[in-house]
Design a protein around this ligand. Structure first.
Ligand code: NDP
Length: 298
């Protein structure tokens, strides 16, 4: 038996097209474009690439993109002052601070300063609390994108056994909350979990967000399970190659043999993250401007 490949790239393209439609009708209704501000501190090369890509995609969806690039030695007060300014700027509907921040900055305090109404990354204590309480709010992009892929593939998730491997604030914990809200029975596994393979074997849904290349093996997976691989790991380069291959946290070829469906790396969850960021920005714009948005429309 061979499972299906979940094409996150295609799904993300569809989502971006829907976001562009909503951005256009928003502009007509509100008399201005929806706006997303991205703040980058320092010159980490990977972060530079992410920020450039986010700005480009924002503009392609018909939204205004505001980039704020600050030097590595930016002081905490200066960064907080910028966030206060963006919180008060009516042209800005969403604020994303590119993480990780340089070590001298207090990441938690910076994120907490973002207005919950503009928290498109869903990482402020208010957004996190609202998710835990089951109240509407902005949800972290990677787990929400993963949930979208699961619902597209499986429809109603009610009653399914899910295992989430990883308990980070960014991925594992919000993923578990989202699956619980869909009435899954959720196990959250982490580095201290005893007998992880057995926990995975019981699951109809496996979400791996660990950061360990190909850790989840094919014989851990229940036949017919659906596997979402969030991990992005670069292997050491093979001889004659400048860069190593990108792999996920799941041994992809093995998993495909037993699973119902698996997300590839790259081309699975990765493209969903930016698409959901844009989705969150346009949703925030509607709420901030008091323009109605049909529930579940995006
Ligand atoms: P973190 O490092 O913050 O969290 C990793 C989690 O994995 C921790 O909860 C840790 O447990 C757990 N873990 C570590 N080793 C093991 C093990 N041997 N067995 C079981 N659990 C283990 O990572 P993130 O959540 O931020 O990211 C996870 C992966 O997803 C990374 O590869 C990252 O690059 C990728 N990622 C991909 C995104 C995308 O857009 N596709 C977006 C964000 C992340 P403990 O808490 O006990 O330490």
């Amino acid at each position: 038996m061979s499972g299906a490949v979940i094409d996150g790239k295609a799904f993300a393209a569809g989502l971006r097209a829907r976001v562009a439609d909503f951005a256009a009708t928003f502009e007509q209704a509100a008399g201005r474009k929806a706006g997303l501000a991205v703040v980058l501190v320092g010159d980490d090369p990977a972060s530079q690439v992410y920020v450039a890509s986010k700005a480009k995609q924002t503009a392609l969806c018909g939204m205004a993109s505001f980039e704020h690039r600050l030097p590595e030695d930016t002081a905490q007060d200066a960064l907080l002052a910028l966030i206060d300014r963006l919180n008060g700027d009516p042209a800005v509907d969403g604020i994303l601070v590119q993480l990780p921040l340089p070590r001298h900055l207090d990441e938690q305090a910076v994120v907490a300063r973002i207005s919950p109404a503009k928290d498109v990354d869903g990482l402020t204590p208010i957004s996190t609390g609202r998710l835990a309480l089951g109240l509407p709010g902005l949800v972290p992009c990677t787990p929400l994108g993963s949930l979208m892929l699961l619902k597209d593939r499986l429809g109603d998730l009610s009653g399914l056994d899910a295992v989430v491997i990883g308990r980070s604030i960014l991925v594992g914990k919000p993923m578990a909350q989202l699956l619980l809200a869909e009435n899954c029975t959720v196990t959250v596994a982490h580095s201290r979990t005893k007998n992880l393979p057995d926990a995975v074997r019981r699951a109809d849904i496996v979400v791996a967000a660990v950061g360990r290349p190909e850790m989840v093996r094919g014989d851990w997976i229940k036949p017919g399970a659906t596997v979402i691989d969030v991990g992005i790991n670069r292997l050491p380069p093979e001889e004659g190659q400048a860069k190593g291959r990108l792999v996920g946290d799941v041994a992809y070829a093995e998993a495909l043999e037993v699973a119902r469906a698996v997300t590839p790396v790259p081309g699975g969850v990765g493209p969903m993250t930016i698409a959901v960021l844009l989705r969150n920005a346009v949703v925030a714009a509607h709420r901030n401007a008091g323009v109605a948005l049909a529930d579940g429309a995006l």
